[in-house]
Design a protein around this ligand. Sequence first.
Ligand SMILES: NC(=O)c1ccc[n+]([C@@H]2O[C@H](COP(=O)([O-])OP(=O)(O)OC[C@H]3O[C@@H](n4cnc5c(N)ncnc54)[C@H](OP(=O)(O)O)[C@@H]3O)[C@@H](O)[C@H]2O)c1
Length: 232
Amino acid sequence: MTKTVLITGGNTGLGFESARRLKAAGFEVYITSRSEEKGAKAAAQLAVHYLVMDVTDEKSVELAAEQFGKKAAKLDVLINNAGIPGEMRAIKEVDAALMERVFNTNVFGIVRTTQAFLPYLEKAATPIIVNVSSGVGSFSKQTDPKTLESKVISPAYAASKAAVSMLTLQYAKALPNMRVNAVDPGPTNTGGNFKRGAQNPSEGTDAIFKMATLSKDGPTGTFVDRNGILGW
Ligand SMILES: NC(=O)c1ccc[n+]([C@@H]2O[C@H](COP(=O)([O-])OP(=O)(O)OC[C@H]3O[C@@H](n4cnc5c(N)ncnc54)[C@H](OP(=O)(O)O)[C@@H]3O)[C@@H](O)[C@H]2O)c1
């Protein structure tokens, strides 16, 4: 039976490339985009379905889930990919408004989306959730001076991704019948907000692809990159 995957922020970057790869692997793919125009364009390019959804807007997420339910009976894989870096600021300029904005997309967006799509995931035989976190949010990487991530000072983004990792662990414990994992794509040049990475988008989606295609006895409650297990 064909598996269905929904990818948030699928109109560009890692979400777009994940959609391309999963479609090629035989999935029925739904991308979501906060812009109708960008969503329609990307979906036409990939020959996949699209839904308009802004993860910061409760009503928009509920409407997208409702529309999904009219087209699909179940959701096998949810990829919470949509994310923003927030602008880099001197520490004195880091305020609660910046934190709120970044958390609203990167963390609360995952909660809104997961809550809205859980009823469809529960109908799948092997439900999978992939949360796209970041090595920048890893305590292990941030405290290891040998890593690139330890050089990054971006409190809003780093704290939001650390929260994504803990959310992942909590969902994994609460949903033992699902495979729920966090991934670090690794520094990837996706052209837009994240253009300083050395990897290409295909390399950047290796971990997402691997965790989206797990079998029933695959790991849950882990944090991985394309080379394997990462320290939280
Ligand atoms: N690239 C890297 O080096 C890297 C490394 C580690 C982790 N990550 C993570 O990987 C994920 C994807 O990154 P990327 O490099 O592909 O970034 P990107 O090219 O900037 O794409 C981000 C996607 O998220 C969407 N998005 C942003 N805010 C949204 C909202 N409120 N509602 C719905 N969609 C929203 C964007 O939509 P618009 O096109 O409308 O802006 C876009 O589709 C992010 O979570 C990022 O933190 C990236």
